[in-house]
Design a protein around this ligand. Structure first.
Ligand code: IPE
Ligand code: IPE
Ligand code: MG
Length: 263
């Protein structure tokens, strides 16, 4: 790191200029294209993408982000060629096995969100083991969204609430947005602040639909295997420069909450 860059970082920190988002989610897109431009099979890109996952977790841990939610496999991705799905499943199991100790050592909690019932017994076992080992860690929560769909998440919350109403555990009049939120797969995590999508497309692809309500969106053309700590930092700095208004006027934000003033 150059001296100027280091000095700037120190100044930024001293001035508290970078507002660190509490909860960041990433649509890790572009693995297939990254491999194809290198004349390789798509699965080569998925394997290379694991390094970018490691770099993102490292950056999130160092920068004080509390929760990082990574879209690894969507409920629609089952429609891909059988061989690609197979490689993705194997890779998921291998990475879980090889990374969980390192996560635990770094006080990182691992959670997998999505409909896990479609995964093999052995993969489900590995997931539960990794979750149990890291359950009490508190420096960072990493949520892996696997067989996840935003619509599934909403329907799943609705089903849980319906069964609670039917068993008289809760009265339907008590169902507020907050109560509903506590039945989503992201319950007990901070509100989603920043959604990053790599790979150049500008869409949500059935990711955190409910949770996106007031998230800031950041799109980059960088293909996922090339996404590194500097790229993550650039996204956080961009987030930090924005004024979030939550329906208020810019003037209201400036007077009522000077903390939201851009640096
Ligand atoms: C994202 O990369 C990874 C998964 C969806 C599992 P892609 O595989 O979608 O890569 P592109 O978008 O085809 O380049
Ligand atoms: C979204 O990427 C899912 C993941 C990154 C896991 P896709 O590549 O599946 O999204 P679409 O098909 O381009 O919308
Ligand atoms: Mg894609």
């Amino acid at each position: 790191m150059g001296v100027d860059k280091l000095a700037n970082d120190v100044i930024d920190e001293a001035l508290g200029c970078t507002k660190i988002p509490k909860h960041v989610a990433i649509i890790m897109d572009g693995n297939g294209r990254w491999a194809q431009v290198r004349g390789k099979r798509r699965t080569f890109g998925h394997k290379a993408g694991v390094d970018a996952v490691r770099a993102s977790v490292k950056y999130a841990r160092q920068s004080g982000i509390q929760s990082l939610t990574l879209f690894a496999f969507s409920s629609e991705n089952w429609k891909r060629p059988k061989e690609e799905v197979g490689v993705l499943m194997d890779l998921f199991g291998l990475v879980l096995k090889s990374e969980v100790k390192r996560l635990h050592k770094n006080d990182i909690r691992l959670k997998v969100i999505g409909d896990l019932s479609s995964f093999s017994e052995s993969l489900q076992k590995k997931i539960h083991k990794a979750e149990a080992l890291t359950a009490n860690n508190s420096a960072l929560t990493v949520n892996i969204a696997a067989n996840y769909g935003g619509r599934w998440d909403i329907v799943n919350a609705a089903k849980q609430l319906i069964s609670k109403v039917q068993s008289a555990e809760i009265d339907s009049s008590a169902i507020t947005e907050e109560v509903f939120d506590q039945h989503m797969s992201t319950a007990r995590l901070p509100e989603l602040d920043l959604l990053i999508r790599t790979g150049g497309d500008h869409r949500v692809s059935n990711f955190l639909l409910w949770q996106c309500a007031y998230a800031e969106f950041y799109f980059t053309d960088i293909l996922w295997p090339d996404f590194n700590e500097d790229a993550f930092k650039a996204a956080v700095e961009d987030f930090s420069s924005r004024q979030r208004r939550f329906g208020l006027t810019g003037e209201q934000i400036m007077t009522q909450d000077p903390e939201h003033k851009p640096c």
